[in-house]
Design a protein around this ligand. Structure first.
Ligand code: NAI
Ligand code: MG
Length: 480
């Protein structure tokens, strides 16, 4: 059965009837056949979103009612968590345990922003006697959202929930590599009472449906998560229509470890930060900066873990699943070879697993690249796979210098018992988030998230995300 587009509350085939195959990365088998949205489908979806916006059935509804419907979506995501997690695991390849967490985090986004729907407030601005000046935060309009394949349900919810809490309507384009749970999210939202046209879901190809959406004159805002290259292209398309953009473009985030850190929790934190989702995480801790005196011990601990990790199909709930696609697998393997040519040493992994049962899937071993120097390509470029670049340092200043010697600036982790070191780095590292003695905080739904430098601009998650989905109207009244 073909999975259909969701436009104006209805399931629809693509205008030209075409479909594309979605693969299970654990086996290379076809998981689903999905309608492939065309430019004319994008036109229909943007029209539907615009009509839904103008009808005020959503944006004009009592804010508390918007919140109740969003809370229903949160409950339904939780009620159907096992089904959704299994689907996410098959589609993306991630271990079932991680997919379960993703569904809970998606539910949490709807819950968090449900509670905000009736608390989006303005200001009064004192102008003296005879004046009342106030601001109102109105929905920005039709939000176009182009999301990647690495965390489809989480990133789908991360953009949709604040947008609809603000009274916006949405056209969501999931990635061609993993579109399934975004479609389920669209179905669930309708079942929970979200009016037709408020959330349209259009799986399709980037250069076709994605570009048609980003360049559409009927959208009022664009949220993009993906590569820097495509981010630049879509920002230019949006610029032609003066459409503001939120860009989340990944990174090369450092975990900075001092010798005085608790090595048990640090090794666990550093390993999870790179091997979660097989390293295909925008905020992956893909550089380990380790104080030289702790280097050998930490690398030994990480190697032991990496070698012990069970790699297998996501639904068998291993420690690590496959890479999303053959192409991405080749990219990862190629980077490891580049690293070796540059003089890095493979301390663990560095190849596909030998297990014949995994031969058809896109598996790669958890990999440690040791003796990396800060200017090597493997220290500078986003690999987007389970490959950790390990760089020793001798003192705090050097650590800060290496951490900031990057075109990216998404997240930094700091591991030390010394509060002075931790706070010095937190204040000087050029990243949008800093974690001290942890890396992440259960999905981070409540925390503003976004990049410095080429990691992007604008903030998602938390209350700060509302700035993207609202526009401020100032009303000045003279009553003297
Ligand atoms: P991508 O940037 O091509 O894809 C992200 C989204 O953009 C998808 O929905 C795709 O269909 C869409 N897209 C692609 N070309 C488009 C175009 N011309 N116009 C409009 N939309 C378009 O990322 P891809 O190819 O899947 O991965 C390549 C690299 O990008 C990865 O190796 C990784 O380094 C980075 N990446 C970063 C992510 C993050 O979380 N920040 C997520 C996915 C990829
Ligand atoms: Mg691409």
């Amino acid at each position: 059965m073909t999975e259909q587009l969701i436009i104006d509350g209805n399931k629809a085939a693509a205008s030209d009837g075409k479909t594309f195959d979605v693969y299970d990365p654990s086996s290379g088998d076809v998981l689903a056949v999905v309608a492939k949205a065309t430019k004319s489908d994008v036109d229909r979806a943007v029209d539907a979103a615009h009509t839904a916006l103008e009808s005020r059935a959503w944006g004009g509804a009592p804010p508390a009612e918007r919140g109740r419907i969003m809370m229903r979506i949160a409950h339904t995501l939780r009620d159907r968590a096992e089904e959704l997690a299994t689907l996410e695991s098959r589609d993306n390849g991630k271990p079932l345990k991680q997919a379960r967490t993703d569904v809970q985090v998606a539910a949490r986004y709807f819950e968090f922003f449900a509670g905000i729907a009736d608390k989006i407030m303005g200001n009064t601005i004192p102008l003296g006697p005879g004046f009342l000046d106030y601001t109102v935060r109105e929905p920005i309009g039709v939000s176009a959202q182009i999301i990647p394949w690495n965390y489809p349900i989480q990133i789908g919810a991360r953009g949709v929930a604040p947008a609809i809490a603000s009274g916006c309507t949405v056209v969501l384009k999931p990635a061609e590599d993993a579109p399934m749970t975004a479609l389920r999210l669209g179905e669930i939202a309708l079942e929970c009472g979200l009016p037709a046209g408020v959330l349209n879901v259009l799986p399709g190809m980037g250069p076709e449906a994605g570009a048609a959406l980003a360049s559409h004159s009927g959208i009022n805002q664009l949220t993009f998560t993906g590569s820097v290259e495509v981010g630049i292209a879509v920002a230019k398309m949006a610029a032609d229509n003066i459409v503001p953009v939120v860009m989340e473009l990944g990174g090369k985030s450092p975990n900075i470890v001092f010798a005085d850190a608790d090595m048990d929790t640090t090794a666990t934190g550093v390993a999870n930060a790179i091997f979660q989702n097989a390293g295909q995480t925008c905020s992956a801790g893909s550089r380990l900066l380790v104080e030289r005196t702790a280097h050998d011990e930490l690398v030994a601990r990480l190697s032991e873990r990496a070698i012990r990790m069970r790699v297998g199909p996501g639904v068998s709930d291993p420690d690590m699943g496959p890479i999303i696609s053959k192409k991405q697998l080749e990219t990862v393997d190629n980077y490891v070879k580049i690293g070796e040519r540059e003089g890095a040493r493979v301390a663990a992994g560095g190849a596909r697993p030998s297990d014949a049962a995994l031969a058809n899937g896109y598996f790669y071993q958890p990999t440690l690249l040791d003796r990396v120097s800060p200017d090597m390509r493997v220290a500078q470029e986003e690999i987007f796979g389970p490959v950790l670049a390990i760089i020793p340092f001798d003192d705090l200043e050097e650590a800060i210098g290496i951490a900031n010697r990057s075109q990216y600036g998404l997240v930094a982790g700091i591991w030390t018992r010394d509060i002075n070191k931790a706070m010095t780095i937190a204040s000087r590292v050029k990243t949008g988030q800093v974690y001290i003695n942890t890396y992440g905080a259960g999905g981070g739904v409540e925390l503003p998230f976004g990049g410095y430098k080429k990691s992007g601009y604008g903030r998602e998650k938390g209350l700060d995300s509302l700035a993207s989905y609202t526009q401020i109207k100032n009303v000045c009244v003279r009553f003297a």
